[in-house]
Design a protein around this ligand. Structure first.
Ligand code: FE2
Length: 256
């Protein structure tokens, strides 16, 4: 079996990233690993996460946090309604802007918006796996599980996806997947800041299942949850001057 691993929304959480990378290193089926952006924000390792991905040769795309930090935009593009959440988002963003190095900014600014993969070979038209962060046009739109099938198909059309193809995205920090008209839609969850009530780092595996002779292969998504050194992440957040809320939320996994 060959498998692709996809890491989304790491959000400057090095212990979570290291935990996932160690779990992947223990497997013998990983063909390649990609990230879906939002590498920084909310935790105190905004330079170390990009450096680690770079060192491991893990390619990926830009999230809303990456492109806004790279350009020094006036906010992170995170959409909160509760006033306290808005305040926390601003605190995280300004802390990150202050601590990010020029090298990291340059790396974040050079990330592409989307990546298309053809796991059965570039000369075969499909099935295709498309990696995006939020949605095909804007990284600030939350593609949540309660979006209707019609929304998914609209997104697929914008991407040029066809039956048999898979669209992979993140941004909401909650993993889910479903198939509509033969196209798979998969949310990869979040490595460093899950919001689905499970504190463990979330990683998406895409198992590549070969078709019978002459038939196209299929892609089977599976979620891998990895326990990591949560205490190390919380201690570092507390020592960094970032709000206590960011340490607490890691422990509850968003609490919902
Ligand atoms: Fe995110």
């Amino acid at each position: 079996m060959r498998t692709l691993a996809v890491l989304s929304d790491i959000h400057a959480n090095v212990p979570a990233l290291e935990g996932v990378l160690a779990a992947l290193a223990n497997r013998d089926d990983i063909l390649g690993t990609y990230h879906l952006g939002d590498l920084v924000g909310y935790a105190p390792w905004p330079n170390e996460v990009p450096a680690l991905l770079k060192a491991r040769g893990i390619q990926g795309i830009a999230g809303n946090y990456d492109s806004t930090v790279a350009t020094g935009y006036d906010h992170c593009g995170c959409n909160y309604e509760d006033p306290r959440d808005i305040e926390l988002a601003h605190l995280s963003y300004s802390w990150t802007l202050e601590h990010v190095s020029e090298e990291t900014r340059a790396y974040l600014g050079a990330l592409p918006f989307r990546i298309d993969l053809r796991p059965w070979g570039g000369h075969v038209a499909g099935p295709k796996v498309t990696l995006i962060h939020g949605n095909p046009v804007l990284n600030t739109v939350y593609w949540t599980e309660d979006r209707p099938d019609s929304f998914c198909l609209q997104m697929a059309q914008k991407l040029g996806s066809r039956p048999g193809d898979t669209v992979v995205f993140g941004h909401t920090h909650k993993p889910w997947h479903r198939t509509v008209d033969g196209i798979q839609f998969v949310n990869a969850g979040s490595v460093g800041r899950p919001k689905d009530g499970d504190w463990r780092a979330c990683c998406l595996l895409l198992h590549l299942e070969d078709g019978e002779e002459g038939k196209k292969g299929t892609i089977r998504p599976a979620i891998l949850r990895v326990e990591y050194d949560l205490a190390r992440a919380q201690t570092a957040i507390r020592e960094s001057g970032l709000p206590e809320d960011f340490a607490k939320v890691l422990e509850s996994g968003g609490g919902k």
